[in-house]
Design a protein around this ligand. Sequence first.
Ligand code: RB5
Length: 170
Amino acid sequence: MISLPNMPKRIGIAADHGGFALKQALVRMLRNAGCKVIDFGPRRLKANDDYPDFVVPLARAIVREKVDRGIAICGSGVGACIAANKVAGVRACLIHETYSGRQGVEDDNMNMICLGGRVVGPALAWELVKTFLAARFSATKRHCRRLAKVEELEWQSQDVKSENYARKLC
Ligand code: RB5
């Protein structure tokens, strides 16, 4: 077993059929490295499953602080990223190189990495995941200010959603 320094305690992971094989590989690698992994599925490869069914529960678990960081994988990583970012409080990004994998956390407090299971192989994915998990938000003044502006947008869009919902009811 290798051990990874500075790892978050609880790591959530989810996929769809396009990301299933990579999810299985990463779960194995993370557990071998001594990480606690919560697997949001799918448990079995099912060719017609839908990424929101697995990625959104993972996204909600991040916001509810049931997990510290998330890894979401679909074929390209795009759908997983779009779905996850609909959950207020989630900052998910499609990452295929290590610079953004680290800087996305340090500067933008990214809390979910999205990967394309049909784009990256397990060796590169493992490097990306290790980089993402080892990074910490810098909490410097300018980054906190930018994050506050992003959080403000989340509140605004929730207001729009509840207004639209109210209109539909009338
Ligand atoms: C599923 O075939 C594929 O569209 C999905 O895994 C993902 O790539 C979507 O962004």
